[in-house]
Design a protein around this ligand. Structure first.
Ligand SMILES: CC(=O)[C@@H](O)[C@H](O)COP(=O)(O)O
Ligand SMILES: NCC(=O)COP(=O)(O)O
Length: 273
């Protein structure tokens, strides 16, 4: 049976970055969210940062009212943010680490180190009916801790892979880490999302990872939208995700058949020529 299509969550933070650059009312991320939904986005992701550099509380409140799909609110594990989530009740909350001085999110949440704090935040969010995910590095100990903390979903931080030189040993090692992490998380019954730094040239490989449920992508889509429009930018990304998922499924099938032939002593695939 074909697994469900990988979902695309469109992150609209950087529509708000442009608005905040001049303190204008435009471009409105809420308008962008509705356009992205029309283009086929399966959800809308926003990161309400403590320093309010892009998304504002007003955006979060309005999105909660007008979205036709669902909001994925990325937020730090702070009392202020938990109180806002309790007020707005987003469909999905992704807990992320946050530093004021960072250009963008630098690493995953340290669930092992901050276990009690994070587990209690998960309980508060579950109590208001939020679907919760934890944004983490592809690390087995962090995945195990996410499971123990009661989060049904993790989002694997793809930043290290995205930043490595394509085709380099480092990129290959990061890809293997992501792949092993996805397999491990699925074996624990966790839903596996992924994101950060994904763009039109690296997304297919990530969509080919085993068991991925959703990819959250922002910066590259908004950047591409400047040239081709938001609708086309979202649709192009969706097409690449589907192509990547199909390629991953074909590769898994080939590997399975190869293993099967090997088990039955039929080695014509590898030795017949
Ligand atoms: C948590 C994460 O990886 C990103 O979605 C995050 O939102 C990036 O933050 P900026 O959008 O501020 O770069
Ligand atoms: N969680 C990742 C996300 O929402 C988008 O990150 P990026 O594509 O803007 O790097």
């Amino acid at each position: 049976m074909h697994p469900p299509r990988i979902l695309l969550g469109v992150n609209i933070d950087h529509i708000a970055t442009l608005r905040q650059a001049r303190g204008t009312r435009y471009p409105d991320p809420v308008q962008a969210a509705l356009l992205a939904e029309e283009a086929g986005a399966d959800g809308i992701t926003v990161h309400l940062r403590e320093d309010r550099r892009h998304i504002q509380p007003r955006d979060v409140r309005l999105l909660a009212e007008v979205l036709n799909t669902r909001m994925n609110l990325e937020m730090a594990v702070t009392e202020e943010m938990l109180a806002l989530a309790e007020e707005v009740r987003p469909a999905h909350v992704c807990l992320v680490p946050e530093k004021r001085e960072e250009l963008t999110t630098e690493g995953g949440l340290d669930i092992v180190g901050g276990f009690d704090h994070i587990a209690s935040a998960c309980q508060r969010l579950a109590a208001i009916g939020c679907d919760i995910s934890l944004f983490i590095d592809p690390d087995e100990a962090q995945i195990d801790a996410a499971k123990r903390a009661g989060a049904p979903t993790i989002e694997l931080h793809t930043g290290a892979y995205a930043e490595a030189k394509p085709g380099s040993a480092e990129a290959n090692a990061e890809y293997d880490r992501l792949s092993a992490a996805a397999v491990h998380a699925v074996s624990l019954g966790l839903v596996v999302n992924a994101g950060h730094g994904l763009h039109y040239h690296n997304v297919e490989a990530i969509a080919a990872l085993p068991g991925v449920n959703e990819l959250n992508i922002g910066h590259a889509i908004i950047a591409r939208a400047l040239f081709v429009g938001l609708k086309e930018a979202v649709q192009e990304m969706k097409r690449l995700i589907i192509a990547g998922q199909e390629a991953g499924l074909m590769a898994a099938l080939d590997a399975h058949e190869h293993e099967h032939d090997h088990d039955h002593g039929d080695s014509h695939h590898c030795c017949g020529h």
